[in-house]
Design a binder for this molecule. Structure first.
Ligand SMILES: NC(=O)c1ccc[n+]([C@@H]2O[C@H](COP(=O)([O-])OP(=O)(O)OC[C@H]3O[C@@H](n4cnc5c(N)ncnc54)[C@H](OP(=O)(O)O)[C@@H]3O)[C@@H](O)[C@H]2O)c1
Length: 416
């Protein structure tokens, strides 16, 4: 019988107790730590198990496994450390903790002969971490994911005609976004998840602030429509791409060809494409949040502890250098709002030519009270070249709003 201490009994903690109440797993909950003892709880939570002394609970001698479901770094990190130091295995759903402190905590777990499992921390019950680990030996060279359900829901609603602010409000009402959605909207949540996946799939340790991250706050409804007209869906993508000794890592709103399965991931769903030399493409899609999906992943980790299955991750391979964002060669869709269309088009075409960026498509739409919106599709070029050309446009005072630039993800069309 596995003896478990739960830290946190909010959305996920209650979901874990709910699933346990329906299952016959050989597992007993010894205590449930919360911040507020007097808060009303679901019927599935036994009041006699509650405590507001988490540090005492994690060091109890009748506990084998600590399940951390508090979130954030403090006190979650100290509690996980205390649990490992007290000789307990740990299961957590905390992506911030694993992305920011994963290496040190895994080293501590190893030094104590304990296990630290965290399947729920990325895409909840959609088993992307197990899949990434399982495929690592085949030489994973690309991960491309839609890793944030809030952003995907907001962009899906915008594609269906809603404005950004209304879509965020609806996401909050439907429980797909936090009261403060900044971590999601800024792209930082997806970046933390990408860091965890890169470690599992490629054996690489990268801090979440080591690469370019852009969220969806600047995306306009018209950008989604213009992308669709060109044959692309606009999504918040998280990409890791290995090319020899170089590694691209990025999170940003990007364009996916409409026929690709990633483009068809709608609403609050998450998805991950894993490409390796060994297996080619593997694609997973599913719910990335919610009480029961997340609790399912927590129970999967507990089951793994019970059955004793090992979790060897790939050793860190040779040195890789992260490609600076400006060096990433790609085609891009630009949305440029201008007052003087003719002058802007002339300057843009001159500057793109001077920067060695070809222009594959240009269209102009008049917008009442805002002048003209130019939609431009460029040829493949480094981001820095394009940035220089656009800077000249801004310097000439030709733009009436910040230029929006969306990288086009070349999925399934390598080298074309
Ligand atoms: N929600 C999801 O869909 C989802 C999906 C994937 C991963 N996760 C991750 O799962 C974790 C938990 O998320 P959640 O949504 O369940 O959070 P939540 O609903 O906010 O619950 C947090 C729980 O932690 C307790 N708590 C806070 N500070 C504490 C402290 N100092 N000592 C003891 N208990 C404390 C709270 O107690 P009170 O109840 O007394 O306030 C609450 O029960 C996070 O790391 C999150 O990122 C969540």
């Amino acid at each position: 019988m596995l003896r478990v201490a739960l830290l946190g009994c909010g959305t996920v903690g209650t979901g874990v107790l709910e699933l346990l109440s329906r299952s016959s797993l050989p597992l007993v909950v010894r205590g449930v730590a919360v911040a507020h003892l007097d808060r009303p709880r679901a019927p599935v939570v036994s009041p006699e198990l509650l405590t507001d002394r988490p540090f005492e609970l994690v060091s109890q001698s009748d506990v084998d496994v600590v399940v951390e479901l508090i979130g954030g770094l403090d006190p979650a990190e100290s509690l996980v450390r205390a649990a490992l130091e007290a000789g307990k295995d740990v299961v957590t759903a905390n992506k911030a903790l694993i992305a920011e402190r994963g290496e040190a905590l895994l080293a501590l777990a190893r030094s104590r002969g304990r296990r630290l499992l965290y399947e729920a921390s990325v895409c909840a019950g959609t088993p992307v971490i197990r899949a990434a680990r399982a495929l690592a030996a085949g030489g994973v060279w690309r991960l491309a994911g839609i890793l944030n359900g809030t952003c995907n829901y907001v962009l899906s609603r915008m594609a269906a005609g809603m404005e950004f602010d209304d879509a965020v409000r609806l996401a909050q009402q439907r429980g797909f976004a936090e009261a403060d959605p900044t971590l999601d909207i800024s792209g930082r949540d997806a970046a933390q998840k990408l860091v965890v996946l890169v470690r599992e799939a490629m054996g690489l340790v990268v801090p979440p602030d080591a690469f370019a991250v852009e969220g969806i706050a600047q995306v306009r409804r018209g950008d989604l429509l213009a992308a669709r007209e060109q044959g692309y869906a606009l999504k918040l993508v998280a990409v890791a791409r290995r090319d020899g000794e170089k590694l691209q890592l990025r999170v940003h709103p990007g364009l996916i060809p409409l026929g690709h399965p990633l483009a068809q991931v709608e609403e609050e769903l998450n998805a991950l494409l894993i490409e390796s030399d060994g297996t080619g493409e593997v694609f997973l899609r599913g719910r990335g949040a919610g009480a029961l999906p997340t609790a399912t992943a927590v129970l999967a980790d507990l089951l793994e502890l019970m059955t004793g299955a090992g979790t060897m991750t790939l050793a860190t391979p040779a040195r890789l250098s992260i490609v600076p964002h400006g060096e990433v060669r790609a085609r891009r869709l630009l949305r440029i709002e201008v007052a003087d269309e003719l002058r802007a088009v002339r300057t843009l075409t001159d500057q793109l030519a001077a920067a060695g960026v070809s222009l594959d498509h240009l269209s102009a739409y008049p917008v009442p009270d805002r002048g003209t919106v130019l939609t431009v599709l460029t040829g493949r070029a480094p981001g820095a070249n394009l940035a220089n050309a656009l800077a000249a446009l801004v310097r000439a005072d030709l733009c009436t709003a910040p230029v929006r630039s969306y990288l086009l993800e070349e999925l399934g069309e390598e080298g074309t």
